[in-house]
Ligand binder design. Structure first.
Ligand SMILES: *[C@@H]1O[C@H](CO)[C@@H](O)[C@H](O)[C@H]1NC(C)=O
Ligand SMILES: *[C@@H]1O[C@H](CO)[C@@H](O)[C@H](O)[C@H]1NC(C)=O
Ligand SMILES: *[C@@H]1O[C@H](CO)[C@@H](O)[C@H](O)[C@H]1NC(C)=O
Length: 489
């Protein structure tokens, strides 16, 4: 008990110095969101090495995944851990639950050589209008319980609670008129009062891409940072980009509640590269580089001149092929790196490297792909393709995607391969009633990449033995089913 406490005190002192030092220069830090909804998960230590190689000092997580937090231990990287919305009800119901959550997901990792958890994100966009208020009653009670638990664990001065809000929490046609949505004004008033009394920032997710995507009248150049022919004039202030306009709408909304000076952290911001019109490498690079340069210039916004957001967390570090595409078919392609940790475009994060550095020691499956067998009649393939794409990711085939235009046969092959890689290249998964075949020639065409999966296997050797055992069990089960079907038994 004593050892971690000592480490914690030292860390707190160091951070106090850093805080004092940095608050003098009002400089934003660039961090990243690390989501793990992928079929081909990199080993967490590979990802931590990737963060370190790119000198990224701040990372935001959507959970408190033990493997991820263990990999972050000793890295010196500052961490935001997340609590999924589904857990809010339980945490709001008792301090026994919140005590246990803090113990298992925070206290355990802190201390010398531990994971430097600085924030807990309580829910993720819990006031999103499409949730119709279902999480709203739990947010403040969960915050209060968790705050009490942190205080009990002597961590309340070091670990801060925040609630990432979607920009749909506020609205206005002009930034200076910004106000929170009437339905959430009461709960947000309680939230900002809580944040203020605990020294926490307001965390907001801002997505000019979604404004552009959802509205054909939205002026394209207003989404970026290179000046616009559609500047927004708001009294004496002129807005040249959607990000500043959105940010100041929040500042005005906070001012209305009496918290115009509250520090703001941008919890998510970014641009996707594939799967839909407007989601491409050029636009993503243009947006993200423009954003980073803008924020690091310390210009701030008309309502907060010279005061840029406290921190911004890019969305996202890696592509996540297993994410829901309910928000749109671009949703699996937000990464500045592809799922396997390879830089998608030239980006200077402003952290010391001029370009992104790729992940190293990525363990790929063997170089082989599953494609449509050219010698068979493919007229009966539609159901197979649908099924494959309902499990695996085929969103790059969509209009505007990098694999749109590879032809009908190309579509089928792409779907087959995505599924085959998802199944870790299990030979049976390329059968498709004889319509699929394995090839050793990379079927990628132009920008359309046919992926090869990665394996998160650690060097311990446990997983290969386990996989071997499972595949034997599956084979025996298959044989049993075969015998039953043929009524041999
Ligand atoms: C966090 O703690 C709770 C115990 O309250 C536990 O149920 C949960 O699985 C832990 N981990 C995560 C990722 O939330
Ligand atoms: C990329 O997207 C931007 C808008 O987001 C669009 O203006 C541009 O034409 C697109 N580029 C390509 C090559 O599709
Ligand atoms: C390939 O699939 C995409 C997405 O479903 C579709 O838009 C496109 O028309 C298909 N191409 C052909 C030639 O069928």
């Amino acid at each position: 008990m004593l050892e971690p406490r000592l480490g914690f005190t030292a860390a707190a002192l160091v951070s106090l110095f850093l805080l004092v030092g940095s608050s003098l220069k009002a400089e934003s830090a660039i961090g990243v969101n690390w989501g793990t909804l992928s079929f081909h998960k990199l080993n967490p230590s590979t990802v931590v090495d990737l963060l370190k190689a790119n000198k990224i000092q701040k990372v935001k997580l959507f959970e408190a995944d033990p493997d991820v937090l263990k990999a972050l231990m000793g890295s010196g990287i500052q961490v935001v851990v997340g609590i999924p919305n589904e857990m809010l009800a339980a945490l709001s119901s008792s301090t026994v639950a919140s005590d246990s959550w803090v113990r298992q997901n925070v206290s355990k990792y802190l201390g010398k050589g531990g994971a430097d958890i600085r924030y807990v994100a309580v829910g993720n966009e819990p006031f999103l209008s499409s949730y119709s208020g279902q999480y709203e009653p739990y947010v403040i009670p969960a915050l209060l319980n968790l705050q009490q638990s942190l205080a009990k664990a002597n961590l309340a001065g070091y670990v801060k609670l925040v609630v990432p809000c979607n920009a749909d929490a506020y609205e206005s046609s002009l930034p200076s008129q910004g106000a929170f949505r009437p339905e959430v004004t009461e709960v947000i008033t309680q939230l900002v009062s809580f944040l203020n009394s605990n020294g926490s920032p307001f965390v907001v997710n801002i997505y000019p891409f979604l404004s552009l995507y959802g509205n054909s009248d939205f002026p394209q150049d207003y989404a970026f940072f290179e000046g616009t022919t559609h500047a927004v004039t708001d009294g004496a202030n002129v807005y040249y980009n959607a990000f500043d306009g959105n940010f100041d709408t929040l500042v005005a909304a906070l001012s209305k509640l009496g918290y115009g000076q509250m520090p703001i952290v941008v919890g998510e911001v970014g641009w996707p590269t594939d799967g839909a019109i407007g989601a491409n490498l050029t636009a993503a690079r243009f947006f993200n580089q423009g954003l980073i340069n803008h924020v690091l210039s310390n210009k701030g916004t008309p309502l907060r001149p010279g005061v840029p957001p406290m921190d911004i967390y890019l969305f996202s570090l890696l592509d996540e092929g297993a994410k829901s595409i309910l928000p749109g078919t671009f949703e699996r392609h937000w990464g500045i790196f592809s799922f396997d940790g390879q830089a998608k475009y030239a980006l200077n994060l402003g952290l010391g490297n001029r370009l992104l550095k790729n992940a190293r020691n990525v363990r790929y499956l063997p170089s082989r792909w599953c494609v449509a067998n050219p010698s068979t009649d493919l007229s009966a393939v539609t159901d197979h393709m649908k099924l494959a794409c309902s499990f695996a990711d085929c969103t790059t085939l969509n209009y505007g995607g990098s694999c749109n235009g590879i032809g009908a046969k190309g579509n089928i092959s792409y779907a087959f391969n995505s599924y085959y890689q998802l199944q870790m290249q299990n030979a049976k998964s390329c059968d498709f009633d004889g319509l699929g075949m394995v090839t050793f020639l990379d079927p990628s065409v132009g920008d359309c990449r046919f992926l090869v999966g990665v394996t998160g296997v650690t060097s311990s050797g446990f997983r290969p033995v386990f996989t071997w055992a499972v595949s034997w069990a599956a084979t025996l089960w298959g044989f049993w089913v075969f015998l039953c079907e043929k009524r041999f038994l």
